[in-house]
Structures are given as structure tokens and as C-alpha cells.
Design a protein around this ligand. Sequence first.
Ligand code: SF4
Length: 346
Amino acid sequence: MSVRKRRPDDMPDNSSKPPLTIRLCQPRGFCAGVDRAIQIVVLALKKYGAPVYVRHEIVHNRYVVEGLQNLGAVFVEELDEIPDEHHERPVVFSAHGVPKSVPADAQARNLFYLDATCPLVSKVHKQAMRHQRLGRHVLLIGHAGHPEVIGTMGQLPEGSVTLIENEADVAAFVPEDADALGFVTQTTLSVEDTAGLIRALRQRFPTLTAPAAESICYATTNRQEAVKETAVGADLFLVVGAPNSSNSRRLVEVAERAGAKMSLLVQRASEIPWQNIGAISTLGLSAGASAPEIIVDEIVNAFRERFDVRVDLAVTATETENFPVMSALRDVELTPSDMAFVNGTV
Ligand code: SF4
């Protein structure tokens, strides 16, 4: 059950602006995996100096990526983009995980790499490998082209994994042995849609083996749950996040299904389409797992300029997860300003 309370600094003023209640989801924004990945880049920069290379956006958020670029991180899509004269520089793999071929390639090139794959993604990798080791063909429920899906598929030999994106894929799949199948999922999927696909798979393949633990992560589940409760009857629901952020896009869908009249993804306050919003009195607000809190504040402030805002915090879960960085970086101290950046508040 949700507990709603008013933020002490959000008492309504007596201005002539129209009243607006913002239902602010909690939990929202950075998860433990994103926090850890950003920490790894910041710590590597402090320990080894700039440049530190990062393969793929460390997390799917421009604000974070640009902040790290300002500190000396250089983003590349593939390892062969790292110039020969910088081969002694560290390279960080993103939170989404990488196929096995990537660390192998890094070793072949004598690169020093730090793997910022979220431990919960690594857990899915292990579960997929376990299915395969036990002789099962692996069904990966996920979205084609997403780096996490590429990374998970790349843990297994070619031909031993099939991607399932939708019900049509379930219907079209023809296994070699229908009694030797196991599934895992991307960590950031819609809880509801995934349950539907698993049901459809089980109808066709009753002996389908589930992974030892749920693949959809705690952060995805908690953020969707918070949006589900908060979106009911909202005139508008905004999710702070990037278009390539899977978990953020799912939150927009969840808000729509839960009953928000309009639901939008925005990266910054400047993207709010004020002319389309019209007269609203209730706004739902959340942020994807890779979106920093400072953008949430920016959006609340943008509404304050136009409305007499009251913020109601909608608390649906308390998160205490914390993923430590690798031992190679534990001897580096973060200053309070580093911590503020890592936490997404600056
Ligand atoms: S969304 Fe989940 S799997 Fe992805 S980085 Fe965060 S905790 Fe890890």
C-alpha cells in the first residue's frame, strides 16, 4: 500500500497560478547498477587520470555521459576506436554487459579493462549459461538490438539461444527438442508483458525451465509498481529518461495502461511540450533507472514557474541495494562533489 506525504518545502503559495499536484514516484531514478557504473568511471579517472575510455554509453543518459566527458571520459562504440598510443589507458565496459568476445578482444589487444556490467545482468548471463550447460536451448525474452540483449546472447555459442520479442516469435519458434528449453529475460522489460510471453511459451512448451531467480531486476519492478499506483487518473505523466533507455520507455507504457490521460518521455525540461499539455491539475512524475535526480528537480521547477505546485511523494518501496565497485578501485576516495555527481544530484 502506498504512503503519501507532502514534502515540507512544497507548501502551496498564494500565487494566481493554477494549482497542480505533482505525484512524485518513489523509488525513481538511479538504481544500484547505474550508481556503480558511474562510480567506476569516476574512480578510474581519479586513479588513472584522463582519458579513460568507455565502451558504449556507460548508462543511457546524455546528461551523465556529457558530465563524464567533461571529467575526461572518452566514449567509443568498439575497442578498435581506441588509438594505438592509448592502449595503456583503462577502458570501462558499460552497465548493460558485453558479449564474451569483448573482454577476449580486449585481452588480445593488451587493453586494461574494467567491467561495469551490473551484477544483476551478470546474474542473467550465468543463468543463461547454466541452461545451456544443462543441455537446454535458451530462449531470451528481450528487445533486439539492445546492448543488454547483445551481451546476453554473446555469452552463449551461436545457435544455442533464440530471441523472443513478442507473441509472433513464440508462435514461430520451432525447437529441436521441446523438452529441453530454458528461458531468461532482459532485466528492464515490462513485468506484465513478460508474464504474458512466459505464459504463451508455457502453453506451447509445458516443460520450459525458468531461471533460478527472476531476471527482471528489483529496480525495474519497483519503478513500474510506483508508476502503476501514481498514474491512475493523472492528467499527464512524465518519465524522465532517454529514448534508448529500455526501462524508461517501459515506464511510459505502464503509465498509459494504468490510466494516465497522456504519458511522455522527456530528457530535459526543455522537451516538455507546454502547448500540448493544456489545463492539467494532476501530474505524475518518475524517472528511469539511468536518469539523474537533478533533471527531476529541473522539471519540478519548470512546472513551478507555470503552476502553483504541491508535491506529493508516492512511496511504494524502499530500496537499500548497493553494489560495491571492483577491488582495483576501492583504494580511491570520492569527495562530496564526486558523490553528488555519482548520485545524480549535480
Ligand atoms: S536497471 Fe536493474 S539491471 Fe539495469 S543497471 Fe539498474 S539494477 Fe542493474
